[in-house]
Write a protein that binds this ligand. Structure first.
Ligand code: CP
Ligand code: NVA
Length: 303
């Protein structure tokens, strides 16, 4: 049987995603109560990182260990990938040795090529185009703190990047409205936006996007791989900082999320990031652990 992969949110149905969030919330409780079962005993997760990571690496590795399995960290500098072995060959070999694989890389097409040649489930741990694992953690966090996300209004302020594009895919699947405010030239892929339908609005005005929003989101101005654009982007995004002033007209119980790492004083003010009335970034980061445990359980049982 062909394995189920999680390369983007649309690889799962709305019902599967909803069940996964419920499972993540339940697993968090079980873990905190010390009642976790070694359901992954003997299972091995391969973790291929071509970009840096703190949260993704530690949450996947800890998650696997907590479930009784183990994980192997792999990077181009210490595998043959870095010396030119094709990604297709790497996938064929690794997937004969491990049970599930997560990949963080640049081009999304490279991840797709990897998955097409893998015998075991492959998880997107961030590409230039999508970061679906982060959305699982974010939705879990919102549901835990505010209840159902269906029918809510979300505001994305800043770059139309991999995070923004995964939110666009999330909107129809989780049934929320998404208002995006970004500078001209930094929009998400228009075809993707169009395919998500009327739930998505793309504009230039952060104040309009945030008005009445239940959840306000942002991310760094320059993502990994765009370091040389940092200065130009800092100038273009100067009016797109999320801070207390911007949140004035958000819903009274609005939450602020950021996938982290954050650049204080750039895309978010230090004061807002540290204000627990709005900012739930630490809970959000922790939920990477629980939601990815639920994801790995799902993919290994669905395969
Ligand atoms: N949010 C996120 O994916 O963080 P890392 O880059 O530290 O993994
Ligand atoms: N958009 C950021 C997210 C980091 C978790 C990046 O791709 O670098």
């Amino acid at each position: 049987m062909k394995p189920r992969h999680f390369l983007r949110l649309t690889d799962l149905s709305a019902a599967e995603l909803s069940a996964l969030i419920d499972s993540a919330i339940a697993l968090k409780r079980v873990h905190r109560e010390g009642r976790e079962q070694p359901v992954m005993a003997g299972k091995v997760l391969g973790m291929l990182f071509e970009k840096s990571s703190t949260r993704t690496r530690v949450s996947f590795e800890s998650g696997m260990a907590q479930m009784g399995g183990s994980a192997i960290f792999l990077s181009p500098s210490d595998t043959q990938l870095g010396r030119g072995e094709p990604v297709e060959d790497t996938a064929r070999v690794l997937s004969r040795m491990v049970d599930i694989i997560m990949v963080r890389t640049y081009a999304h097409a490279k991840l797709e090529a990897f998955a097409a040649h893998s015998r075991v489930p492959v998880i997107n741990a961030l590409t230039d185009d999508f970061h679906p694992c982060q959305i699982l953690a974010d939705i879990q966090t919102f549901v835990e703190l505010r209840g159902a996300i269906a029918g809510r209004t979300l505001a994305w302020i800043g770059d139309g990047n991999n995070m923004c594009q995964s939110y666009i895919e999330a909107a129809p699947l989780f049934d929320f409205e998404l208002r995006i405010a970004c500078p001209r030239g930094y929009e998400p892929d228009p075809a993707l936006t169009a395919s998500a339908g009327s739930r998505i609005q793309v504009g230039r005005d952060p104040v309009a996007a945030v008005a009445g929003a239940d959840l306000v989101l942002t991310d760094v101005f320059a993502s990994m791989g765009q370091e040389e654009e940092q200065q130009e982007r800092a100038a273009r995004f100067a009016d797109f900082q999320v801070n207390h002033r911007l949140l004035q007209d958000a819903a009274p119980d609005a939450l602020f999320m950021h996938c982290l790492p954050a650049h204080r004083g750039e895309e978010v003010s230090a004061e807002l990031l540290e204000d627990p009335r709005y900012s739930v970034v630490w809970e959000e980061a922790e939920n990477r652990l629980h939601s990815q445990k639920a994801l790995m359980r799902f993919l290994l049982s669905a395969g």
